[in-house]
Design a protein around this ligand. Structure first.
Ligand code: MLT
Length: 264
């Protein structure tokens, strides 16, 4: 579906009814990343996923940055008439979730931080982002997908389910270059969210694949230690896109977490 908010298209899907869960994808994905979760949780849930600006069916914004992604998510919630959500973000979607928490925390019922980290880029990673922007402009998103795909998918999935790597590669290759360039700006300018962790006082689930090499389990453990009362789940045999690589385990873990919320 597409809605127009502040004159810009936002692509989204909205499936089921129950506790609202809004999913934010990583870089350079689109909302199809969450296909295994939509309408597939073991508890009554309203599962919503959106294309971040510049990806999928969402138009680019007038400025780049994780705050823009967060504000678009808040606007979509307004359009859908949802006050508070469980916000689930993977990797870049996690960086956007931290921004959402800083800017709209009264709308967060709980957080699910998937294969992400709190720290900002360092000088080396910023330089690599700039190089990737040039590559995207010169050679297109498929060149970005070629460079990133090995790190995206865990070793087990690469060996046992290479079709999934192909599927993800296709998704990444389809990313509009304007979205890729904008996201790289957002990634390299995102603030360090480490100080934010201590402010999080809603139930928080942290999920990471044990084969994630982009945001490895040590980053997840650091967030777990810093977010009071958080729960950490390490998914065996999954890499950076744990929701896609091990959907049954991921959905089980997320469903259990949602049950724990309704019991509160
Ligand atoms: C992502 O999956 O969103 C990216 O790998 C995040 C990053 O490069 O920092």
């Amino acid at each position: 579906m597409i809605t127009f908010a502040n004159g810009r298209a936002i692509g989204y899907d909205d499936v089921g009814s129950g506790v609202p869960v809004l999913f934010l994808h990583g870089f350079p994905h689109n909302r199809a990343l969450w296909a295994p979760q939509l309408g597939a949780l073991a508890v009554p849930a309203r599962t919503i996923c959106m294309d971040l600006r510049g990806f999928g069916e969402s138009e680019p914004g007038d400025h780049d940055g994780v705050d823009g992604y967060a504000d678009d998510a808040a606007v979509l919630l307004d359009v859908l008439g949802i006050d508070r959500v469980v916000l689930a973000g993977l990797s870049m979607g996690g960086y956007a979730s931290f921004a959402f928490w800083r800017r709209h925390r009264d709308r967060v019922r709980a957080l699910v931080l998937c294969d992400t980290r709190a720290t900002a880029d360092n000088d080396t990673s910023r330089a690599a982002r700039v190089e990737m922007q040039a590559m995207a402009i010169e050679r297109g998103s498929s060149a970005v997908a070629n460079q990133m795909i090995a790190g995206m998918i865990g070793k087990t999935t690469r060996e046992k389910n290479p079709e999934l790597a192909d599927e993800l590669h296709r998704m990444m290759s389809l990313a509009p270059v304007i979205g890729v360039v904008g996201a790289l700006n957002a990634l390299m300018t995102r603030p360090d969210s480490t100080p934010t962790l201590a402010t999080i006082d809603v139930p928080t689930l942290i999920v990471v694949g044990d084969e994630d090499v982009l945001t490895p389990p040590k980053d997840a453990r650091a967030m777990h230690l810093a977010i009071s009362g958080s729960r950490l789940e390490v998914i065996a045999g999954a890499g950076h896109v744990s929701n896609l690589e091990r959907p049954a385990t991921f959905n089980h873990v997320l469903s259990e977490f949602l049950v724990s919320l309704t019991a509160q």
